[in-house]
Design a protein around this ligand. Structure first.
Ligand SMILES: CC(C)(COP(=O)(O)OP(=O)(O)OC[C@H]1O[C@@H](n2cnc3c(N)ncnc32)[C@H](O)[C@@H]1OP(=O)(O)O)[C@@H](O)C(=O)NCCC(=O)NCCSC(=O)CC(=O)CCCCCCCCCCCCC(=O)O
Ligand SMILES: NC(=O)C1=CN([C@@H]2O[C@H](COP(=O)(O)OP(=O)(O)OC[C@H]3O[C@@H](n4cnc5c(N)ncnc54)[C@H](O)[C@@H]3O)[C@@H](O)[C@H]2O)C=CC1
Length: 725
């Protein structure tokens, strides 16, 4: 049954029942019409309460129905209008979640009672649409335009206590929201309902409100770069000010259809389900997320409290896991301790504002220099410098100090996990946990399985990721894993574009207009150019190890761009030195301006090397950079390093600022059309045979030859995730 009805004295309780989240599928909507109709007609019923089974009100429309004929049967807004018009009072009993269409349904009720643990919100914007069952019209009429706009445009999940302050719910209870709702329903029998029917409320407009809405549009354009849904949300809320409720509804509906036509909702909904699929990992042995048991992690340790280590400590502490934090000497320990404590204070402040007690919601952190104190921890995460010898030294120590069943994780951003594991007595317990910076904020976690990593270790690391609120993606072990490996060809193309006549700000602008949070040069300046330089020096691509007579723009027979090396040789490491691809107001400054030095340097460089200049074409910038990324993604799939294109897209959406409304690099390639991607790469490679990264991947050719099947069908061509390297 999609909804059930029972009678509690004179109150009918209608319960939505569609596990796991009570999504309002077509069958639920049909059942609601039936049960609500019967309750309305039943003379024994004087009031109605609406709730959800499994202590969850509802997660809203069934997203899987979008794009199918099911969504068109029984409109949710028709149900909402019927509820609102009811002559008997209707109370929503909100437990767990009332999101999207779930909250819209509750807003149509005359009263709302929420459990203190519940969260409400209109998160449609996060899946590329707008609340389209009256939410953009009812919420502003209930809590005012500014507050409603904030809720709708940001799509956040609002805790019950805040919902009460905002006026979204009438009552918050500790304990049983259903009982409280039934009590309230009984109390209000016979009260007039007119003022409780939100569609009848009028919003008064003035010039301040208009200015507010105009400013919101400008802000959203900047903040959500290229995403259409936030702007549509603002337009729909604007309609609530100027139009009647019914005209506003019509506007909401039109905006929904125009959004659907952009393709952005489809990409964002693909991203939503891909994230959920990533948690359902499979292993070449046939083992899966639901066959392997994770070990509980009750205590953890972090080695190294630099940029990454401190963020990892905070993540663990926020998940209420007590942490031991270790540094190499007293001075570094003091620096790390200060940084961690200041971040913890911020977290505690946030918790206080939400009405929670920090001491019971944050795990303790103990600082020490003594590895001996690690003998009882369940899991250690190493985050020392990216240096193989140092990492081996640490893992030797950990192997001898930690209890035999402790898991040993490395946060390396690309070193060989098997080599690190080889120095321990327990390579099966060693695994890569690659966090992204800042580790307490970024949602992505690449979990790197080594050759000998046990299934329990995989299950435990994946489970820990979930507990930390991350999207964990299981990947294979190869230099730089998935995300950073794909960056190589992308940054290479960006550099070649500079050689061929573009400037950093032009390339960045094209990629930012495409939707990236940051173009490649801003990103390099932020990360520090010295990181890549050190690695290239170690590999002998630059510096003293380069053989005499090697052409400046060639290495090992392939094209090479020494531009970043030359910048580093001039001490330009990016933001940290105040100079990089851009100039900054001071070392550590954040605001980059185009630098005349860089312009002059590039012009001289092009002249010296007699490089043919390309005519300006921003489309070409995007194609070369984005297709280079996707092509490496296809190779990663061929190599068995990622198990499906969806995983690669989850990595790019959550770790590299790829615009979610374009789904991810693999989804993008699929939506552009694989034959077109192949053709572009083939042409480029034919003209530039010295750029092997642009040679079309075998898997791309295979899929293009099949006519470019939908992305969900690629898995069958990819095969099992076996590391073939
Ligand atoms: C709810 C959550 C917070 C739960 O989180 P958590 O506990 O972590 O569990 P998850 O793993 O995330 O989820 C468990 C499980 O549930 C699935 N799921 C979750 N939510 C939904 C959902 N809304 N629909 C379907 N399935 C859902 C999830 O995928 C998992 O299953 P699995 O994948 O099999 O493992 C969290 O899940 C969450 O945040 N969910 C999303 C909440 C959300 O975004 N809600 C808004 C939904 S959209 C909405 O309500 C729209 C409306 O306002 C009404 C629209 C009316 C439209 C009118 C227009 C009519 C015309 C349409 C025509 C269409 C165009 C055309 O076809 O031509
Ligand atoms: N910075 C970044 O954006 C990212 C870095 N990583 C990886 O994370 C690891 C750490 O990187 P960062 O935090 O950036 O480095 P960092 O240089 O900021 O910090 C490293 C810390 O390790 C400490 N350390 C060194 N030797 C130690 C020892 N023997 N015992 C205890 N502590 C020791 C140092 O004192 C320093 O505080 C590296 O492997 C890096 O590749 C991964 C993802 C992103």
């Amino acid at each position: 049954m999609a909804a059930t009805r029972r009678l509690a004295n004179t109150v009918a309780v209608i319960t939505i029942s569609h596990p796991p989240v009570n999504a309002l599928s077509s069958s639920v909507r049909h059942a609601l019409v039936k049960e609500f109709g019967e309750a309305s007609r039943d003379p024994k019923v004087e009031a109605i309460v609406l709730n959800g089974s499994g202590r969850k009100f509802s997660a809203g429309a069934d997203i899987r129905e979008f794009g199918t004929s099911a969504i068109k049967t029984v409109s949710l807004e028709d149900i909402n209008s019927t509820i609102e018009a009811s002559q008997k009072p209707v109370v929503a009993a909100i437990e767990g979640i009332a999101l999207g269409g779930g909250l819209e349904l509750a807003l149509a009720c005359h009263y709302r009672v929420a459990d203190i643990q519940a969260k409400v919100g209109l998160p449609e914007v996060l899946i590329g649409i707008l609340p389209a069952a009256g939410g953009t019209q009812r919420l502003p009429r209930l809590i005012g335009v500014p507050a409603a706009l904030d809720v709708i445009v940001r799509g956040r999940h609002i805790p019950a206590s805040e919902a009460l302050k905002l006026g979204i719910v009438d009552e918050v209870v500790q304990g049983n929201a259903l009982d409280a709702a039934i009590q309230l329903a009984r109390k209000v029998i016979g009260y007039p309902l007119n003022k409780k029917r939100l569609s009848t409320v009028r919003i008064s407009s003035d010039s301040n409100l208009e200015d507010f809405l105009d400013t919101a549009v400008e802000k959203a354009k900047k903040q959500f770069r290229g995403a259409k849904a936030p702007l549509a949300c603002i337009e729909a809320v604007r309609a609530s000010v100027h139009l009647s409720y019914h005209q506003g509804l019509e506007k909401e509906r039109q905006l929904f259809f125009s959004l659907w036509a952009t393709g952005q909702p489809q990409a964002q909904q693909y991203a939503f389900f891909s994230e959920r699929e990533a948690g359902k990992w499979t292993h070449s042995s046939g083992a899966r997320w639901d066959t392997e048991e994770a070990k509980p992690i009750r205590t953890a340790a972090v080695i190294g409290l630099g940029t990454m280590g401190r963020g990892i400590v905070i993540s663990l502490s926020k998940a209420k896991i007590p942490v031991i934090a270790i540094e190499q000497d007293a001075q570094q320990l003091e620096v790390g301790k200060k940084a961690v404590n200041s971040l913890l204070e911020r977290e505690a402040e946030k918790l206080k504002q939400q009405g929670s007690v920090p001491s019971s919601n944050l795990g303790s952190v103990h600082f020490t220099l003594d590895f001996g104190e690690l003998q009882d921890v369940d899991l250690v995460i190493e985050a020392v410098y990216e240096n193989m010898e140092l990492k081996k030294e640490i893992f030797r120590k950990l192997s001898s100090v930690c209890k035999p069943d402790a898991f040993l994780c490395t946060n390396t951003s690309g070193l060989n996990v098997d080599e690190i594991a080889s120095v321990t007595h327990r390579p099966n317990q060693v695994i890569g946990t690659h966090f992204f910076s800042p580790a307490n904020i970024m949602r992505l976690l690449e979990v790197v399985r080594g050759q000998q990593t046990s299934l329990t270790a995989i299950a435990t690391a994946m489970n820990l990721g979930k507990k930390l609120g991350k999207v964990a993606v299981l990947v294979g072990n190869c230099p730089l894993f998935v995300g950073n490996r794909m960056l190589g060809p992308y940054l290479e193309q960006a550099s070649y574009l500079l050689e061929e006549g573009y400037y950093p700000e032009e390339v960045d602008q094209a990629m930012e207009e495409f939707g990236f949070a940051m173009g490649p040069f801003r990103m390099m300046d932020l990360a520090g150019l010295d990181v890549g330089w050190r690695s290239r020096t170690e590999k002998g691509l630059t510096g003293a190890k380069v053989p005499q007579g090697t052409p400046a723009r060639q290495r090992l027979g392939s094209r090479y761009s020494p531009l970043a090396d030359i910048l580093c040789e001039s001490g330009r490491f990016g933001q940290k030195t105040g100079r990089g691809w851009y100039q900054y107001e001071k070392p550590g400054g954040r605001t980059g301006k185009p630098d005349p030095w860089v312009k002059d340097f590039l012009q001289k460089y092009r002249k010296t090397h007699q490089i043919k200049q390309q005519p300006s074409n921003p489309e070409q910038i995007v194609e070369r950079c984005a297709f280079a990324l996707a092509n490496e993604g296809f190779r990663i799939l061929e190599d068995g390093i990622a198990s499906c294109p969806e995983d690669i897209d989850v990595i790019y959406n959550n770790g590299y600022g790829w615009p979610k409304y374009r789904g991810g690099p693999m989804y993008y390639a699929s939506s552009v059309g694989l034959p077109k991607v192949l053709d572009t790469l083939e042409k480029y490679y034919k003209a530039n045979p010295d750029v092997p990264s642009m040679k079309p991947a075998f898997l791309l050719k295979k899929l293009a030859a099949l006519g470019g099947p939908p992305i969900k069908e690629w898995r069958t061509q990819v095969g099992k995730p076996v590391n073939k390297l």
